[in-house]
Design a protein around this ligand. Structure first.
Ligand code: SF4
Ligand code: SF4
Length: 226
């Protein structure tokens, strides 16, 4: 999600790179699942998140959309996000909870931990982008447990082929940003067509989960730009 933020208000004032250490560990979150509830539509999914979910759960994007995901519009662009349960409260780890992520199990643990989305992997870190790339910052108001253990950022992100992943994060961010910058000037029908093309090419068309994700993404971006 692209947000205008004042970093001084929400962070410890530092910017971090992959090799930096930050106080991130909180005893494996034992007894807490607060950041998996009440998140609204804020946990957006990029194509690699969907590739990971399709591979991990053996479900198509449409099957995920029927159960665990929904579509949201922000800055003119339609993207998928995690769906929070908005019906009756659920009994989770001894508490009645509302607006829970559908992947949160009854013990208050993430049932898809190995292939959870990138935003969940980062938390409580956020990314801030400049004209070409990004850095990380520590959100200080989002988790109320005391953070005791220092981790290297690159270990915290827990993602293979981190160099390729980081390049992809920039590429996807600036690809979507360029479209959303143009969105206010686009006729409604054109914007609708662009949104359908994004959804179809990058989300609905199944990924070959046995093949390299980044090569598939290159092909899809080339197809988009034709
Ligand atoms: S709010 Fe903090 S302690 Fe609780 S689950 Fe999230 S990261 Fe863990
Ligand atoms: S996917 Fe897992 S970590 Fe992310 S909000 Fe849902 S339960 Fe929490």
């Amino acid at each position: 999600m692209i947000r205008d933020i004042d970093l001084k208000e929400i962070s410890d004032g530092k910017l971090y790179d992959l090799n930096d250490m930050a106080k991130l560990g909180v005893d494996d979150c034992s007894g807490c699942h607060a950041c998996c509830c009440g998140m609204g539509d804020s946990i957006t999914l990029d194509p690699y998140d969907v590739y990971r979910l399709e591979k991990g759960l053996g479900k198509s994007f449409e099957e995920l959309l029927a159960s665990n995901l929904e579509l949201r519009v922000a800055d003119g662009i339609i993207l998928p996000c995690l769906k929070m349960n908005t019906g009756d409260s659920r009994f989770i780890d001894g508490k009645n909870e509302r607006e829970t992520c559908s992947f949160l199990d009854e013990k208050g643990r993430c049932s898809i931990h190995r292939f959870r989305p990138g935003i969940c992997r980062l938390f409580p870190l956020g990314r801030i982008f400049d004209d070409a790339t990004h850095k990380y910052f520590l959100q200080v108001h989002e988790c109320h447990k005391e953070r005791q253990t220092k981790y290297k950022i690159k270990k915290w992100i827990d993602t293979p082929e981190l160099g390729r992943y980081e390049s992809y994060i920039d590429r996807w961010h600036f690809f979507i940003k360029a479209i959303s910058d143009r969105a206010p000037q686009m006729p409604e029908q054109d914007l609708k067509a662009v949104n359908m093309k994004i959804l179809q090419l990058f989300y609905i068309t199944p990924y070959d989960t046995g093949s390299d994700f980044y090569e598939q993404l290159d092909q899809r971006i080339a197809a988009f730009e034709k």
